[in-house]
Design a protein around this ligand. Structure first.
Ligand SMILES: C[S@@+](CC[C@H](N)C(=O)[O-])C[C@H]1O[C@@H](n2cnc3c(N)ncnc32)[C@H](O)[C@@H]1O
Length: 203
């Protein structure tokens, strides 16, 4: 069977949005967020790229940052909106969008947080995705990425997952015009036997 396309990946998240949210919302991502948070000023403008059910968008907004969550999956966004505090001055807002087609002005964010979302971008499309992230970041802005370690592109239940080696990922982030601040493997943050790669970069 051919590898899943981005449309197949979207269909996966449409089908599994509620289950995904139940699992993802219980995960504590604060250790992974710490390096990015240390680089942010109060009230920073943050794009949660591939926000899913909005766990991190809510957390970052709760810290006082101005957060937009973007995701191609309408079902995920509906769950994210439903879980966000209404009327709070710093509640995240949510936009249906996929990288590299980001409907935001140039240089309008201080940070892009891409947690387990760029892993769904086909390997050959990563340069365009990184260029889109750089375009929406102000000079000096931060890009934070988490992807899975490994080789190749795999079919995970009809979801495309692109696996990365850290040197290759770092080279591509550098080639997109970023300076690497941190590039480390991280143990799984849930029960799965996965090593994550975390990259924090500035532009
Ligand atoms: C593994 S989930 C991660 C969700 C959330 N960031 C989290 O950590 O719980 C991957 C998310 O990336 C989204 N996604 C897939 N392709 C994307 C793309 N090209 N641009 C932005 N988001 C994408 C999916 O719809 C899904 O919500």
């Amino acid at each position: 069977m051919p590898l899943p396309t981005p449309d197949d990946t979207d269909a996966y998240y449409r089908r599994h949005a509620a289950d995904y949210a139940r699992r993802a919302d219980g995960i504590d991502l604060t250790p992974m967020l710490a390096p990015l948070l240390a680089a942010l000023r109060p009230g920073s403008r943050v794009l949660d790229l591939g926000c899913g059910s909005g766990r991190d968008a809510r957390y970052l907004a709760g810290l006082g940052h101005r957060v937009i969550g973007a995701d191609p999956c309408a079902e995920m966004l509906a769950l994210a909106r439903a879980a966000s505090p209404t009327g709070a001055p710093t509640a995240p807002t949510y936009v249906q969008a996929r990288v590299p087609d980001l409907p935001f002005a140039d240089a309008c964010f201080d940070a892009v947080w891409a947690c387990a979302s760029l892993l769904h971008v086909p390997r050959g499309d990563l340069p365009a995705a990184l260029a889109a992230c750089r375009r929406v970041l102000r000079p000096g802005g931060r890009l934070a990425i988490l992807v899975k370690e490994g080789d190749g592109e795999v079919d995970d239940n009809r979801r495309l997952c692109v696996l990365w080696r850290i040197d290759d990922l770092v080279a591509r982030v550098r080639a997109a015009g970023f300076e690497i601040e941190l590039a480390v493997p991280r143990p799984s943050f849930d029960e799965r036997a996965i090593t994550w790669l975390q990259v924090l970069a500035s532009c």
